[in-house]
Design a protein around this ligand. Structure first.
Ligand SMILES: Cc1ncc(COP(=O)(O)O)c(C=O)c1O
Length: 299
């Protein structure tokens, strides 16, 4: 399906994590990664440094009925030629470590379609992308796989709203009332009812997108009426400069704001901080490098 790009000025420049630029010359497909080809990235994976799960902890897998294992895998060296596939091992570890109620959103941006295919074969269904063009190519390459659940997590330029709505059932990056109104209008035209997360900026930062808590409180009475959008919860990104000691308070503030607005879901936590986010009640942790290793394309 061709991208439906509508004439709208692009949004303000953002954190590099939010770029939606096509990556010149970047291959979107590559041969399937072998355990060896993932090895160096796997050695850096923050997951590898994690503590084992506590007794009785449930797996936060997004595959129904896959949440009953309770013991961690034996620590296998990545150099061990007989050891399990690093992707499989990381998925298993995450499924053991994520608390009940916290689901894993596999951030596949910057990763080849072949790796998504392998994760899907291991039971992962929910994947997140942040660049429309890259996502389109991968979705087309994976069109034979049933039941993939695509989430959009990138900065959403207004002129790409229609194409994103057509390709993603959930949008985590609704960062302004104007964008929400536009999404609602186009979703109605397209007969879609997308799940959305409202992105909140809990520390002032002119370079970052998102509602301030006060702006969100003010906009909420209108936002909540914007059918057919289905606001599920709040999404936040811990600022890069924030120390690990400050992150629990940030995530707790996001959880408190969601509760105040009556929103049940929280999209919080990335590879470096998912433990704190999960402890604060995140219902979706968005993990890229902790799961797949380093991205093969930057941004
Ligand atoms: C909004 C968002 N969430 C999650 C991620 C995943 O980050 P990480 O690879 O650190 O897990 C990214 C990556 O850029 C992102 O932009």
């Amino acid at each position: 399906m061709a991208a439906a790009v509508e004439p709208e000025p692009p949004g303000p420049s953002q954190d590099p994590r939010w770029r939606d630029d096509p990556i010149p010359g970047a291959p979107l497909e590559s041969p399937p990664s072998t355990p060896d080809s993932l090895g160096s990235a796997a050695r850096q994976s923050p997951l590898e440094t994690g503590a084992p799960p506590g007794p009785g902890e449930r797996i936060g897998c997004d595959r129904p009925g896959h949440g009953s294992a309770t013991s961690p895998l034996p620590a296998a060296s990545l150099a061990d030629p007989g050891g399990p596939d690093p992707l499989e091992r990381r998925l298993e570890q995450l499924r053991h470590q994520l608390p009940a109620g916290t689901r894993l959103l596999a951030v596949s941006k910057g990763q080849p379609a072949a790796l998504i295919r392998r994760a899907a074969a291991l039971g992962q269904r929910s994947f997140a992308e942040s660049r429309l063009q890259e996502a389109q190519a991968k979705q087309e390459a994976l069109a034979d796989l049933p039941g993939l659940d695509w989430h959009f997590i990138g900065r959403l330029q207004a002129n790409k709203a229609r194409a994103v709505l057509r390709r993603f059932a959930t949008i985590h990056s609704v960062d302004s009332l104007a964008l929400a109104e536009r999404l609602a209008r186009i979703a109605a035209e397209e007969d879609l009812s997308p799940a959305v997360f409202l992105q909140v900026k809990l520390r002032p930062d002119p370079a970052k997108a998102g509602f301030s808590p006060d702006d969100l409180r003010q906009a909420w009475p209108h936002l909540r009426t914007l059918a057919p959008l289905r606001p599920l919860g709040l999404m936040t990104i811990a600022p890069l400069g924030l120390g690990p000691g400050e992150r629990p308070a940030l995530f707790a503030a996001c959880a408190a704001l969601a509760q105040e607005l009556g929103l049940a879901e929280l999209s919080m936590g990335m590879s470096e901080d998912w433990r704190e986010a999960a402890a604060a009640g995140s219902t979706w942790v968005r993990l890229g490098s902790a799961l797949f290793g380093a991205r093969s394309t930057p941004g």
